[in-house]
Every structure is written in structure tokens, then in C-alpha cells.
Design a protein. Structure first.
Length: 296
């Protein structure tokens, strides 16, 4: 399978945006079966440049993450990326996971600090492990053979109390440690992304691609919960529209497709290198957005 940095270079040479889809690891066998038998096959027909699979809170889905990435690559001949977090792992254990990934021909890793396990309010370093994601990036880089991605936060990381520019400086450190590309957390106001991107490139001299992460809204309750957890802002105009639609999830879903499509259209006009779509393991919204953009 290809390295994502090489896929991006090919797309850039062709003046085409890179398109990627993200799946999360299901908690039930039924959810896993639906993802493998219905969701991934349906979205694979859109021919994304690669897919990624999340790593559960506290490193709780290690085996499922690697299994799903392996299935995507073998069954659908699509490049896939495994998320990997510092949480709950020693350096030796992380080395074993990466060795296993190599054996499965998984060549792309998204290196993250990660969320604490359920019931734990704050991140705690594992004895013998890493405290910061830049250390994981450095470790993967030393192992060699991987294209490494990392996460960026247009509005600043929720845990960074010093402000977003401090958080962005820390992202620069992750890139300098060996990350090839950045995928952002969800956001709903493109101005936040443009401010972030321009700061990274103009003030910090970052040259690696920064891919905006786009989340199609499926329900008002869900998006309020997501943003509360990650610290992203719901703009007042968007919030008013969601309040007006209330509990009509079908209407919210349709509006979410419209909003995400408009976001993507503007981002592409402004020269983003690609789009990373958070599918939430659903097909309809992602399919509609990609088709409306003419990128299927």
C-alpha cells in the first residue's frame, strides 16, 4: 500500500484534491458487521484516496483498529491509515503495535496523544510510555517505514489553557519531529481554519499539507455533544438553524449535507490540499457531499 505523503504528491502534481474518509471502531459485533459488510463497501465505490480508522479511548480498540485497516486494504484495495495513541501503552508496547502494523503492510499512522479511558477525567502518562504526541511521532519516525500524520486544532486544543497560538506552536513541534501531514479537528466556520492555516504557514513556516476535517451534522443533539467534548465552536447562525429544526433529524441531516458541501466548496476554492470527511460510519451524507463536489 502507498504512503500517504506519496499519494498527496501525486494528487498535487495532478492539481487534484486528496479525499479521505474516517471510520470509528464499533463497540458491538453488529456494528462491526454493518461497517465491514455495508458501510465501507458503499463508500469504497467513491474511490477515496485513503481511509482511516480511529483508536478507542485509552487504547481500547488496538486489535480492532488494525483488523479494520487490514480488511480495508485487502478487501477493497484501498490504502488505509491506523490511528495510534500514547494512552495506556509503554514504549515497548507501542513498538510491538507498529511491528504488527508493518507485518500487515499498514504503512500509514496517525500519531495522537489520545483521550483518557472512560471514567478518567484527564490524561495520565503510562509509566514507560509517552506524555506528548510529538514523542510518539519521533518514535514512529525512528522505526522508519511509515508516513506519519498528526492532529491540528483550528480553534486550539481544549486542554491547552495558554491559548490557540501556543497550541499551534506545539503542532509545529510535532511536524518538526517527523509528521508528514496534518488532519484537523472538526470545525464549522471556515474562517477559523483559514486563520489557523495562514498562521502555520506564514508565521511558523509549515510546509506540510494541512487537511481540513469536515463533519456532516446528523442531529442537533449529537453535534452539541461532540463540540462540548472537543471544544469546537458552533457559530451562532448555525446554532439558530439547528434550534429551528429541533428534533427533526432528517431535516437536520439534509441541512448538514448542505452546510458541509458549502464549507468544502469554499475550502477547495481557497486551495486546501484535500478534504478529510468524518463519516461517523454512515454512508448517505458523505456520499452526497462527495458527489455534489464532483469528486466521486
Amino acid at each position: 500500500m502507498e504512503l500517504i505523503r506519496d499519494i498527496y504528491a501525486t494528487k498535487r502534481a495532478a492539481n487534484r484534491p486528496l479525499i479521505s474518509f474516517e471510520f470509528f471502531t464499533p463497540k458491538t459485533e453488529e456494528g462491526e458487521g454493518t461497517l465491514l459488510e455495508k458501510t465501507i463497501p458503499a463508500l469504497a465505490e467513491l474511490k477515496p484516496d485513503y481511509c482511516s480508522v480511529t483508536y478507542g479511548a485509552g487504547g481500547s480498540t488496538r486489535e480492532k483498529t488494525l483488523m479494520l485497516v487490514d480488511r480495508i486494504q485487502k478487501d477493497h484495495k484501498l490504502t488505509a491509515m491506523a490511528h495510534l495513541t500514547c494512552v495506556g501503552h509503554t514504549e515497548a508496547e507501542l513498538g510491538q503495535i507498529l511491528t504488527q502494523a508493518k507485518a500487515l503492510r499498514i504503512r500509514n499512522i496517525l500519531a495522537l496523544r489520545g483521550d483518557p479511558p472512560e471514567g478518567m477525567a484527564e490524561f495520565q502518562k503510562t509509566e514507560g510510555g509517552f506524555e506528548y504526541s510529538y514523542q510518539l511521532v519521533e518514535f514512529i519516525k525512528r522505526m522508519g517505514g511509515f508516513s506519519i500524520g498528526t492532529a491540528g486544532f483550528p480553534e486550539g486544543h481544549i486542554a491547552c489553557k495558554e491559548g490557540k497560538e501556543t497550541d499551534w506552536a506545539r503542532l509545529k513541534a510535532k511536524i518538526d519531529s517527523g509528521a508528514d501531514f496534518v488532519i484537523t479537528q472538526l470545525f464549522f466556520d471556515n474562517r477559523d481554519f483559514f486563520l489557523f492555516r495562514d498562521h502555520m504557514a506564514g508565521k511558523l513556516g509549515v510546509t506540510v499539507p494541512i487537511f481540513p476535517g469536515i463533519l456532516p451534522i446528523l442531529s442537533a443533539k449529537q453535534i452539541k455533544r461532540f463540540t462540548a467534548l472537543c471544544g469546537a465552536r458552533i457559530p451562532a447562525e448555525l446554532l439558530a438553524k439547528l434550534e429551528a429544526l429541533g428534533d427533526d433529524d432528517e431535516a437536520v441531516k439534509a441541512f448538514g449535507i448542505d452546510h458541509a458541501t458549502l464549507q468544502c466548496e469554499e475550502l477547495l476554492r481557497e486551495g486546501v490540499p484535500g478534504l478529510h470527511l468524518y463519516t461517523l460510519n454512515k454512508t448517505h451524507s458523505t456520499t452526497q457531499i462527495v458527489k455534489r463536489l464532483g469528486l466521486a
